[in-house]
Design a protein around this ligand. Sequence first.
Ligand code: LLH
Ligand code: MG
Length: 384
Amino acid sequence: MKIVSVQGTVFTYPTFRSVDAAGHSHPGPEKQAKMAMITVSTDSGHSGYAFAPPEVIRPHVLEAFARKVLVGENPLMREKLWMALEHWQRGSAGQLTDRALAAIEQALWDLAGRVLGQPVYRLLGGYRDKVPAYGSTMCGDELPGGLSTPEEYAAFAQKLVARGYKAIKLHTWMPPVRFAPDPAMDIKACAAVREAVGPDIDLMLDGYHNYSRTDALRIGRALEALNFAWFEEMMNEQSMSSYAWLADQLDIPVLGPESLSGKHYSRGDWVKAGASDILRAGVPGVGGITPTMKVAHLAESFGMNCEVHGNGAAALTVCAAIKNTRWYERGLLHPFLEYDDVPAYLNRLADPMDHEGYVHLSQEPGLGEDINFDYIAAHTVQTY
Ligand code: LLH
Ligand code: MG
């Protein structure tokens, strides 16, 4: 079996999400957004698919790197193909990003599942077929009735508990919100949510990502008093020693790194430095499912959990394939948005959650995205 083509398809779909000046997503008016789908096809008639923003897998990326490495190769030799793509990153002048690498590799995993007739979480090892989810809120805003006050976070948290969530992670206010960042406001929101949901719901904070050491320490001590489960990306992750400084002083687990580059290699350094108590990796952020599994196994070897960043089929797949993760991150959630609405380009949600707060894995071959190919064909604006 050999790969014969790697194609990109850009299509439009309706969304109520928009991003602010710093890239944080919030509710917005309905608009048409663009999504790209990679299709990797073989001479056996099988194809694997992955979605990514069009900018990530633009024509140059597929032409200059993906096709050169993949076409003519056996798609099941993923480690070899990933290593060849990773090698290309150095010479690509920054064009072949970790996110592009991840999208290409994700399509290869989807293809493997479809060829072998298995859901990918089983090919990766298979630990469970449902994963408890935490509700991950959007960042705070200035929208009345939204997430603009501690009381609004508290009211929303109660709704999430009623929906079935057994854990909630707050993203609090970050610039360009006028009053952000503000440690006192973050602590008030966390206290209001704890008061609203009671002691039995696990709570976490993912605060402003650039607090100083001293602000981070102050917030962390407040979270300890509120019995929070972890404290995430509160400082710039490029300063590993700041994380080691903080983790050394706090009892609450410090979680990271999420947005730091360096794939599984940089996570190894974090373990060695004692810079976090719980490791973190997201499939797009570290260059694919395989390096995310490597981070999880690294964490396991050191008696640590690895909490997987982000939502979607690939993140869920990793969570179901490993033991040392507590939760699947479901979101981002906001009172004005209905997360359970199915995106137009899928036939059903990739992460359906029951009323006990468990997200169930698809048992279909592949990564578990039930793709609406007719919708995509009818809304395609570019192919390459
Ligand atoms: O800054 C944001 O919008 C969020 O922090 C976002 O990146 C989110 O994906 C996250 O950090 N989740 O854990
Ligand atoms: Mg985060």
